[in-house]
Write a protein that binds this ligand. Structure first.
Ligand SMILES: [Zn+2]
Length: 383
């Protein structure tokens, strides 16, 4: 048995009373939370800083780790997407797997215990099988033409089966509202709901996306014509059609929300919806950040992701949390932000019974962090 204490202990949602102690079994399971007065103090390992649960990275693309420093910054999303499409296949499988392996190790070293990871391929399966990190793989699908949705789902099920055969938890993720027909979004969310699993979708990531969805001229016209794709299907759709397609009784993660205004935030929110922020990627691609103030009322529904190394220089969730802390201008409290990378992220992935909080009977991992100059600093992985 180990007894851990610190100046402050954050349990995933709140700070515990001073002098609290976490009792850990030999299997690193939390067996009790008690007051130091109930113990022989010499048994207690005391840490300077804040003890908190292992972190949840709610949005990543591990399979793009080999694209670090390969994609030009600040181009806007359509040009970014074109560069990723051009670059991602120019590498052999070993290079892609090695990069994924190294970043998986880095995430673990930096206190991440669970990841919501977008997958277009099976290349990360071997890394995930060996990793101490819990991965929920989101099999990402897209398709502009609703007539193709059944064919696309068949391909998605094939990829999903490869993950399932290796006992890797997974569900489906429609890519984004500008790339995926409402029919396909509805079908994928239904498949996930039948399996009682989370869904993820990129959402309001660029101004071009808003223009495109409002049927105004945008760089997506250039992207789709360069790919030889017709976008006629989108002409008759309304915002209401899109919002109604996202209704589900299970967690739905909208990723980025960079250009969501208050009206859009209020229109989409419900108890199962989680807004995932990936601020480094927003700065990398669009040179901007979400209007965090518009999300204040929904801080219990916000989580944080690193996105991929195609649009970030590290998969470090504490760095992302610090960017939000520094740029939300006191919108979010430190508790709000720590909750995003602990309990909220776990809820978004449907794993809150095991991760994201210091609850008796769980093995959430334990990190030591420190607050310094309005930054969150990761000190060490304690457990
Ligand atoms: Zn993404």
């Amino acid at each position: 048995m180990r007894y851990l204490s610190a100046k402050h202990i954050f349990n995933g949602t709140d700070f515990l009373p001073e002098n609290s102690v976490i009792a850990l079994s030999n299997k690193n399971e939390i067996s009790d939370i008690l007051s130091i007065s109930a113990l022989d103090e010499t048994l207690v390992e005391y840490f300077e800083g804040i003890l908190c649960p292992g972190f949840i990275n709610a949005h990543c693309h591990l399979e793009l780790s080999h694209l670090k420093n390969k994609i030009t910054q600040h181009t806007g999303l359509p040009k970014f997407a074109m560069q990723v499409v051009k670059n991602r296949t120019h590498f052999n499988k070993e290079v892609i797997e090695q990069a994924a392996f190294e970043e998986d190790c880095n995430m673990y070293k930096n206190g991440i215990v669970a990841v919501g990871d977008i997958c277009n391929t099976a290349t990360t399966i071997s890394v995930k099988q060996q990793s101490p990190i819990y991965y929920h793989s989101f099999i990402e699908l897209m398709g502009l033409d609703p007539n193709n949705s059944d064919k696309i789902i068949t391909q998605g099920i094939e990829l999903s089966t490869q993950f399932s055969n290796d006992k890797l938890p997974n569900s489906f993720a429609p890519h984004a509202p500008y790339s995926t027909s409402i029919k396909l979004i509805r079908q994928l969310i239904k498949l996930n709901a039948n399996a009682e699993l989370s869904t993820s979708i990129h959402h309001h990531e660029s101004l071009e996306e808003i223009l495109f969805l409002n049927k105004q001229k945008s760089d997506f016209d250039i992207l789709y014509s360069s790919l030889g794709l017709t976008i006629d299907y989108f002409k008759g759709l309304s915002q209401t059609d899109y919002l109604s397609s996202l209704k589900t009784d299970f967690p739905l993660i909208t990723v980025h929300n960079t250009f969501s205004n208050k009206e859009a935030v209020d229109a989409i929110i419900n108890e199962n919806l989680f807004f995932c922020f990936c601020p480094s990627a927003n700065l990398y691609i669009e040179s901007t950040l979400p209007q965090f103030n518009d999300f204040l009322n929904y801080h219990n529904n916000c989580c944080i992701g690193t996105d991929s190394l195609a649009s970030n220089d590290s998969l470090n969730i504490v760095k992302e949390a610090t960017i939000i802390l520094k740029n939300s201008f006191n919108t979010f409290s430190i508790e709000n932000i720590l909750k995003m990378i602990c309990n909220n992220g776990a809820k978004a992935l449907g794993i809150d019974s095991k991760y994201g909080s210091l609850s008796i009977g769980t093995q959430p991992g334990i990190n030591l962090i420190e607050l310094k100059n309005n930054s969150i600093e990761f000190k060490q992985k304690v457990v």
